[in-house]
Design a protein around this ligand. Structure first.
Ligand SMILES: Cc1ncc(C[n+]2csc(CCOP(=O)(O)OP(=O)(O)O)c2C)c(N)n1
Ligand SMILES: CC(=O)[C@@H](O)[C@H](O)COP(=O)(O)O
Ligand SMILES: [Mg+2]
Length: 626
């Protein structure tokens, strides 16, 4: 069947203006097609999935009621924005979502005028939406602003800071709380529990049984709240909470009843002041395997939609799995070890730990700042906290890392995953900066393993230190490891001796590429292991015996490990060449593609060294190397 026949309505919708020309009664059929399109798109390309299925009706209703792109809809995180992209002229392009040259998996201002705010990290929508609403008012523009945030996003402190400010200003802002009781894993927190109780209460059961349209007719602004106050003592928690912050609370409403959503939103569009609409949805809605297991289907590779299974199996053990196995072993030996995740249990490899050591496992919600300060407190209490965190999300907690942990010399171990190039998630998730922002912190030990064996040794070493330490590794499979000298504090190792006068100084997981390049260059290769403290003895030895030192890191060159080498040599010694990520935000694509684009594959290293160190003696070319 042709595209147009399969997507009869969507093929007529090039923009939300086309959607708005349809009668309201056609919207459930539009939603069905959008949902089918999400399933087919992600099955073919991979990507975020369950949250998109849960946000279908919301996207349809918002674009139907609001005059986008003049009115602004800000999506929190943005991993649920595929329906929004489908409705805003990107249905075809989405086939290449997150691939090189294809659309981003998240809203991006440069991609479409309908993408009001660039996003990827959680809990920003209310703050950004508030800025837009206040900006529009100051400029005298008649523009409505909606911030859509999930219950997971609402566990982040930034969201509360923005709610508090919006209530104080009395700004014209609608916050839609998309509540599915899920973050990536089941959501945490008192507010989340209280929201769930509200939806499950007999009062709302009656509303649901009586038809959601009754709710739309009842009118906004606390009508239900007054009713609830009369009927159900003790269920007022979340509603009263938002009211106290200065918001009119509306709901909860069924987020899969698109016609009711339209009716409610149409009334809210006319209201002034801070409004909060509580919408209840189901993560994975409409695809039974994802409804049954939304954690597994949060994001996926390509899959067979009929079978509900991934098309391709995974490769060898990932760095995450190496860490996950290590932390369980270490916890069995060390009763003081506790693990903390800011809402990334699966991605950070803590599923087994959470099961085996539930009393010593803490999911703090999407609250990176709190995760780090909480760890500092645990360390003060004599425990050995391990903060398992993605490089990009640790950016959120930089002051906490410096002020609460490092300044007090507390023994907190930062297990930093997704360091360096991440791939399909693109620039919002790239762990491109951690070596730069970590190595300037006094007293912090910073390690970058080249393989799984080194990773385990570094974690063990970090746990034994009396001060703070960080071990960082990239996304994907970890090389198993080779015979090498045991780890010693602040010491690197020479992995290969070459005769060309070039030495490659490798910080972390680029060692394999460096070794391949070294074959072609006849170069020496050193695995530096420690970014801080740097092995200055090894550095001096290499400087004395080589004409060119090449530093290699999966981090921006600016301020990175190469910078540490330059500072240590202070202008003395051989020529220096720094290879790492360039001074710009990377796009999205596979990790391999992005590394190659940055010249950090074996070919790129050879090219750069030959260009910079002309005269380096040539050896027979490696296969594929010119
Ligand atoms: C600052 C930050 N920390 C962690 C994440 C990883 N993350 C992406 S989506 C998500 C869960 C979001 O839950 P919610 O907002 O409720 O959306 P849902 O997936 O349930 O629709 C998390 C933790 C992130 N994107 N940003
Ligand atoms: C949207 C978000 O922040 C997460 O879902 C993230 O995309 C997970 O990345 P990994 O796939 O690397 O765990
Ligand atoms: Mg959620």
């Amino acid at each position: 069947m042709g595209e147009d026949a399969r997507y009869r309505l969507l093929s007529m919708i090039d923009s939300p203006a086309d959607l708005r020309r349809l009668p309201r009664s056609r919207l459930p059929a539009v939603a069905d097609e959008v949902r089918r399109c999400v399933i087919e798109t992600v099955a073919a390309a991979g990507g975020h999935f369950a949250a998109n299925l849960g946000a279908v009706e919301l996207a349809v209703a918002l674009h139907y009621v609001y005059r986008t792109p003049h009115d602004l809809v800000v999506w929190d995180v943005g991993h649920q924005a595929y329906p929004h992209k489908i409705l805003t002229g990107r249905r075809e392009a989405l086939r290449r979502v997150r691939r090189r040259g294809g659309p981003s998996g998240f809203p991006r201002r440069e991609e479409s005028p309908y993408d009001a705010f660039g996003v990827g990290h959680a809990s920003t929508a209310i703050g950004a939406g508030l800025g837009m609403a206040v900006g529009a008012a100051l400029r005298g523009e008649d523009r409505r602003v909606v911030a859509v945030i999930g219950d997971g996003g609402l566990t982040g402190g930034m969201a509360y800071e923005a709610l508090n400010h919006a209530g104080h200003l009395g700004a014209d802002l609608l916050v839609v709380l998309n509540d599915n009781e899920m973050s990536i894993s089941p959501n945490v927190g008192a507010l989340s529990r209280s929201l769930a109780r509200l939806w499950a209460s007999p009062l709302y059961g009656a509303v649901r049984a009586g038809g959601e349209r009754a709710l739309a007719r009842m009118g906004p602004a606390g009508t239900l709240l007054r009713e609830a106050r009369r009927q159900v003592k003790g269920l007022l928690g979340p509603a009263a909470f938002f009211q106290e912050l200065g918001f009119d609370y509306h709901g909860p409403v069924d987020g899969h009843d698109v016609e009711t959503l339209v009716a409610v939103l149409a009334r809210l569009r006319e209201r002034r002041g801070p409004q909060l609409l509580h919408v209840v949805t189901r993560k994975g809605k409409g695809y039974p395997p994802a409804e049954a297991d939304p954690v597994a289907w949060h994001a996926t590779g390509p899959f067979d939609p009929a079978a509900g299974r991934a098309v391709s199996g995974a490769g060898g053990a990932t760095w995450t799995e190496v860490f996950g196995a290590w932390i369980c072993e270490a916890a069995a030996r060390e009763p003081r070890l506790v693990a903390i995740t800011p809402a990334m249990r699966e991605g950070s490899g803590l599923v087994a730990f959470a099961e085996r050591f539930p009393q010593r496992y803490f999911d703090v919600g999407i609250a990176e700042q709190h995760a780090v300060t909480f760890a500092a407190g645990l360390a003060c209490a004599g425990l050995r906290p391990v903060v398992a965190i993605y490089s990009t999300f640790l950016q959120r907690a930089y002051d906490q890392l410096i002020h609460d942990v490092a300044l007090q010399g507390l023994p907190v171990l930062f297990a930093i995953d997704r360091a360096g190039v991440v791939g399909p998630d693109g620039p919002t998730h790239a762990g491109a900066f951690d070596l730069t922002y970590l190595r300037c912190i006094p007293g912090l030990t910073v390690m970058a393993p080249a393989d799984a064996a080194e990773c385990r040794a570094m974690l063990e070493h970090a746990l034994a230190l009396e001060g703070p330490a960080a071990v960082r590794w990239p996304r994907g499979p970890a090389p198993a490891g080779r015979e090498a000298a045991p780890l010693a504090h602040g010491r690197g190792v020479v992995v290969r001796r070459g005769g060309s006068g070039v030495a490659l100084l490798v910080f972390g997981a680029l060692l394999e590429a460096a070794l391949a390049a070294a074959e072609a260059l006849d170069a020496t290769v050193a695995g530096m292991r420690f970014v801080k403290p740097l092995d200055e003895t090894l550095l001096r030895e290499l400087a004395a015996t080589h004409r060119v030192l090449v530093t290699l890191e999966d981090n921006v060159v600016a301020g990175g490990a190469g910078g540490a080498v330059a500072e240590a040599l202070a202008g003395a010694g051989p020529r220096l060449l720094h290879l790492g990520l360039p001074d710009r935000f990377q796009g999205h694509g596979s990790r391999g593609e992005l590394l190659a684009e940055a010249g950090l594959d074996a070919e790129g290293i050879v090219r750069a060294v030959r260009r910079a160190a002309g005269g380096v003696r040539r050896r027979p070319a490696l296969r594929g190397l010119r």
